[in-house]
Design a binder for this molecule. Structure first.
Ligand code: AHR
Length: 644
């Protein structure tokens, strides 16, 4: 087992470096169990601006005065947050009469003093600024109430240099007491400042409005979107996600799907259609959510990104602790059945026809549903096991017998061949590394997903989360993934705990991707997952060592697709580790080696402007010598994939 002859406890590293004895790994020629095609996926939920201000390509913050964040909690308190006056005008948020719609009932009121002349107006801060790019198209629109007949000049302004970065004049002819929709004006900026320090301004002729007031609402600026989808997602973030090579995504959460309290669980039927009809809701993670990135936009994005969809549905337990009683659960189950028809039904069905009328004629392919999320929290286990799971299970099974149902508690309250269980792993490095053999002796009749994982402490002594995952943390996650891959006859999928978070808001908690208005940080975990996903076979392959199954500093797993074998090797805090590899059966005398490396085990990736990425991916070749291939690790923290 452990063949460590020396253990060096370096004072700078909590995880000790280990000198491994050189060993020979023999990789079998034939395959074993089928590998799950899903394996490497993600959880999407709107957490710390993954949706609003993240994937969702809307650039205006607080565009419809739906709610705000108060002391870190999402709230329905309406504010002028992120809006500022230009000139001597007063901004306030007021209840509209008449309202723009029954859902958007507040507006931004601009009072202009008598005697005003010259330009007046207001500007928005965006989500920590704006990404202004002269090579891209933008579209600005808004609704206005109040008499105004003239030009409204909108555009980006650089706050550092004072330079105008775009300028578009929209002709408006609006009247008192009625709302006028100003349709999207499409423009391209003059220049690309390269920093997000910009605002978006709206300038009116002050003389025309002197002594009067106007109201505005649903002020929107979209940058061109991924695949040009209307109301779609940010191109750069979608491309980064595609680069991850994720195969499946569970959405829309997570704790955010559960909601903090009754009424704030995910209501799919409040998130489609005209943006004027989306009230938004109190999000779990501190922000009021616009619901602009609604059910159809989410499904479209995930489908465009070729993801297998795993629909997360509310099962009666709020993350704040409130529980839906058995008597009251029926309405939620009915709603779920309508939801499934809305997503999966053809146009002959009531809800399928409604979806088609909204511009989505093709049903979404949803073959996996998770009933609830972490239903063991807040005393939820008993109700889940006695009535909550069953209520959803019975109705879904009756109508969609082939859908895989995933229980958020293991084992599932009702077992069956296409009923899986979801495990969540949020542990420190040492614990992650110990999960290498976690699935080796698991019940083969119970398929599982590790539906959320993230290494959240750098050190085992409880040192808190750090700004970005280290290479050591990513490799610890990788050791767990090796165990999942070796056992993927039952481990059907794994998913990182948070896909995307906004860096300015949450630089210090883990996620695969972090973003600012105009930059992206792909973490060490991103590259580890990408490498695992890119180089995987369809069957597991046995690997033997003269020392046994391998417990540090070297960990491995092998798969094959046809005649190509992929041997993954993780060197985890190992000093000068060397391993000899023997491939049984036919093989080429030269193999390819992919190396994911970083200068040190505690290296992290940073935003481009803060130093960029420490990780690199190297491609090399290795020749056979004496019937074996000798792999040497240059860094104590490294992943190698040998492709034979
Ligand atoms: O990733 C953040 C949260 O962690 C998820 O919403 C929840 O399921 C888990 O506890």
């Amino acid at each position: 087992m452990i063949k460590a002859s020396t253990t060096l406890a370096l004072s700078l590293l909590a995880t000790p470096l280990v000198v491994a004895q050189r060993q020979t790994l023999t990789v079998a020629a034939s395959g074993g169990n089928q590998s799950s095609p899903l394996l490497y996926g993600t959880l999407y939920e709107d957490i710390y601006h993954s949706g609003d201000g993240g994937l969702y390509a809307e650039l205006i913050r607080n565009r419809a005065f739906q709610g705000s964040s108060q002391n870190g909690q999402a709230s329905t308190v309406r504010t002028t947050d992120f809006w500022h006056p230009i000139g001597n005008v007063q901004l306030s948020v007021e209840q509209s009469s008449p309202a723009l719609s029954p859902s958007l009932t507040y507006d931004l009121r601009i009072d202009v003093p008598s005697g005003t002349t010259g330009p007046i107006g207001f500007y928005n801060d965006g989500f920590w600024g704006f990404d202004v790019d002269a090579t891209k198209r933008y579209a600005a629109s808004f609704s206005i109430k109040g008499a105004y007949n003239g030009g409204v000049t909108v555009g980006f302004n650089n706050t550092l240099s004072g330079t105008q970065l775009s300028k578009t004049t929209i002709q408006v002819n609006s009247s008192d007491g009625v709302w006028t929709s100003v349709h999207p004006a499409v423009f391209q900026p003059f220049s690309t400042p390269g920093s997000p320090n910009s605002t978006f301004t709206y300038i009116f002729d002050g003389a025309q409005l002197a002594g009067k007031s106007i109201q505005v609402n649903l002020l929107s600026v979209f940058k061109q979107t991924y695949k040009d989808r209307p109301n779609g997602v940010r191109e750069d973030l979608a491309a980064s996600f595609d680069g991850l090579e994720s195969t499946w995504v569970r959405l829309p959460g997570g704790n955010n799907m559960q909601g903090l309290s009754i009424g704030n669980e995910w209501h799919w039927d409040r998130t489609y259609g005209d943006l004027k009809n989306r009230t938004g809701h109190i999000g779990t993670w501190g922000d009021y959510q616009t619901d602009g990135f609604g059910v159809l936009e989410m499904m479209q994005w995930a489908t465009d990104s070729n993801q297998t969809l795993v629909l997360g549905i509310f099962a009666g337990l709020h993350i704040g602790g409130a529980l839906v009683t058995e008597d009251n659960l029926g309405g939620y189950v009915d709603s779920t059945m309508n939801y499934l028809e809305f997503l999966k039904g053809d146009t002959s069905t009531t809800w399928g026809a409604r979806r088609a009328n909204l511009g989505f004629p093709i049903p979404f392919k949803i073959d996996h549903i998770e009933i609830g999320n972490e239903d063991y929290l807040n005393g939820g286990t008993e109700s889940y096991n006695t009535y909550r799971f069953k209520a959803f299970y019975d109705r879904i099974r009756a109508e969609y017998p082939d859908i895989t149902l995933i229980s958020s508690i293991s084992p599932p309250p009702i077992s069956g061949p296409n009923t899986w269980a979801d495990l969540h792993f949020y542990y420190n490095q040492d614990t992650f590394a110990s999960l290498y053999d976690r699935f080796d002796n698991s019940d083969r009749s119970l398929p599982i997903v590790v539906g959320e994982y993230a290494c959240i402490f750098e050190f085992s002594n409880g040192y808190p989360e750090i700004g970005a995952q280290t290479m050591g943390m990513a490799l610890a996650e990788g050791i767990m993934l090796l165990g999942a891959e070796r056992n993927s006859d039952i481990v059907k999928g794994t998913a990182y705990g948070a896909l995307i978070k906004q860096y300015d808001e949450m630089s210090s908690t883990v996620s695969v991707i972090k973003h600012t208005a105009n930059q992206i940080l792909q973490t060490t975990s991103y590259y580890l997952q990408q490498t695992f996903s890119r180089y995987k076979g369809t069957e597991t392959v046995a690997v033997t060592s003269e020392f046994g199954s391998g417990i540090g500093p070297l960990y491995w797993s092998a798969t094959r697709a046809g005649s190509t074998r992929y041997l993954k090797l993780i060197n985890y805090y190992g000093v000068d580790s060397v391993v000899d590899i023997v491939f049984e059966g036919p093989y080429s005398s030269t193999v390819k080696v992919i190396t994911l490396t970083a200068p040190a085990c505690n290296s992290t990736n940073s935003l481009p402007q803060l130093g960029g990425e420490s990780t690199s991916i190297l491609h090399s070749e290795l020749d056979e010598s004496d019937g074996k291939f000798t792999v040497s690790f240059r860094s104590p923290c490294e992943l190698k994939v040998v492709i034979a």
